[in-house]
Design a protein around this ligand. Structure first.
Ligand code: ACO
Length: 445
């Protein structure tokens, strides 16, 4: 940690604190500061060259004019990887200094992340080498972001929403390590099941497309490409110096590579959660099971918006669904179990939908009522999924705010994607269909 500061208000202090408090072994963290003896209980070294043993990663947090000198020390030490948090390079027009830095690093066998980054949050190794407030929860989504501030903000959000990440990497100016390098890495990373990206601009489009094509065969990739509007593009240019480019080109490139494009953070993570946890649908024909007519109608409209095809329920299957509803329920898709539906009814209807080979996928909606217990319903859905281990996807929506929050969390803990609105459950299902189509596993009839 080069530029570890004694001053708690400084970034170089916070990064060191995060490394220690994130759970990374203390004895493997070495603060570098020529003016200090000890920081946060760790012995300080005047230079990286004085550190005993090999150094895997140097996190650099000294002001821009000092960066080249400490990088030269890293080269002498034989360091292989650099994460340069320091700002004040290409993004403010200091292009030549950035070019020299990268050239030096590369010619001395080092790769460089940044500059102008918030750092790396690696939950697999409990390594918070960043000035984010904490590590995100452990999970299987890798998040690559060109915005550092958004990385910080979204860490808070992942904690609140219990969205598990394997890694969060802030790429900043992408002077050396870029999206393509990270896609290649995460597509082979055993801890990552889906890749989320926030992109403002891509320099080497050809390499990005070639790498993303290979990566998306191995792992689902969902990306936000910001700077779509004319003014948005101008904002991106002054933020990270990125040329946002023509949006239509990105759109076409993403489609070609099998990258699913999201437009909001909800979508980005909603879809990654579904893609990381659910089997892909092999056929069209979705069944919606609900206890609320309104939620069912909303979901039906959303299915049309998101190109999720509802199944026409054959009479023999309708007969089976009838066992789980009162006479005034409906077996026309959406399957309306009515407001009286208990755990047993949800469990039975969901099991029928999973067992029927004509059904491609299942969306379950629960509207909270005073006579039903959301936790009970969640347990029912979990028990069916655990019993059948279905080879078709399910997405769920529990609607009811605070009252349903605990049950939603439980579903997510059991790898059943649960969302607060029917439209989000449908949109997540649509992402699964898009990927199934891209990989050619979806029967088209
Ligand atoms: N080797 C190691 N440490 C050194 C050296 C050296 N050669 N020389 C000085 N230091 C020490 C300093 O003494 C200081 O420690 P101290 O506070 O105990 O005295 C420490 O390194 C830091 O140096 P400062 O000069 O105090 O630098 P400061 O902390 O003010 O700024 C920083 C450094 C944070 C890298 C700043 O230049 C910077 O770039 N800030 C922006 C970072 C950023 O925003 N990154 C992008 C994130 S993305 C987003 O949008 C949020």
């Amino acid at each position: 940690m080069i530029g570890a500061s004694r001053n708690p208000q400084k970034i170089g202090h916070q990064v060191l604190r995060n490394l220690i408090e994130g759970g990374f072994p203390k004895e493997r963290v070495f603060p570098i500061n020529p003016h200090a003896e000890e920081i946060l209980g760790l012995k300080c070294y005047p230079s990286v060259k004085d550190v005993p043993g090999d150094v895997d990663l140097a996190v650099i947090c000294v002001p821009a004019p000092l960066v080249m000198n400490v990088v030269k020390d890293c080269a002498e030490k034989g360091v292989k990887a650099l994460a340069v948090i320091t700002a004040g390079f290409g993004e403010v027009g200091n292009v030549e200094a950035e070019r020299q830095l990268v050239e030096f690093a590369r010619s001395h066998g080092m790769r460089l992340l940044g500059p102008n980054i918030v750092g790396i949050c690696d939950t697999v190794n409990s390594m918070n080498a960043s000035f984010c407030q904490a590590l995100p929860p452990k999970g299987d989504i890798a998040f690559i972001t060109q915005s550092g501030a958004l990385a910080i903000a979204l860490v808070g959000w992942t904690i609140e929403e219990r969205i598990g990440l394997s890694d969060l990497v802030s790429v900043g100016n992408k002077a050396d390590v870029d999206d393509a390098d990270l896609l290649e890495f995460f597509s082979h990373d055993p801890h990552t099941k889906a890749i989320a990206m926030y992109i403002e601009g891509i320099e080497d489009g050809r390499r990005f497309i070639e790498t993303a094509k290979k990566a998306s065969k191995l792992k689902p990739i969902v990306a936000i490409k910001a700077g779509r509007s004319r003014r948005g593009a101008a904002a991106a240019a002054s933020h990270t110096g990125s040329l946002a480019g023509m949006d239509a080109i990105y759109d076409a490139a993403f489609k070609e590579c099998g990258i699913i494009r999201a437009y909001t953070f909800d979508q980005l993570f909603d879809w990654c959660i579904a893609l990381a946890s659910q089997p892909l649908p092999k056929k069209r024909g979705t069944v919606i099971i609900t206890n609320g007519g309104g939620a069912g109608v909303m979901a039906t409209d959303a299915c049309e918006d998101w190109d999720v095809e509802l199944m026409d329920i054959p009479e023999d299957l309708a007969e089976k669904f009838r066992k789980y509803m009162p006479p005034f329920g409906s077996t026309r898709n959406p399957i309306d179990l009515t407001g009286m539906a208990t755990r047993e009814k949800y469990e039975g209807a969901t099991e029928e939908a999973f067992r029927d080979p004509r059904v491609g996928s299942v969306i379950v909606l629960y509207c909270h009522t005073a006579i039903t217990d959301p936790m009970d319903v969640a347990d029912g859905i979990i028990s069916v999924v655990e019993k059948l281990k279905p080879d078709k996807p399910i997405t769920v929506s529990f609607i009811g705010g605070k009252e349903t929050a605990e049950a939603s969390d439980k579903l997510r803990e059991h790898k059943i994607p649960c969302y607060p609105t029917p439209e989000r459950a449908v949109a997540a299902m649509s992402a699964l269909y898009k990927r199934a189509k891209y990989l050619g596993v979806l029967a088209e009839s």
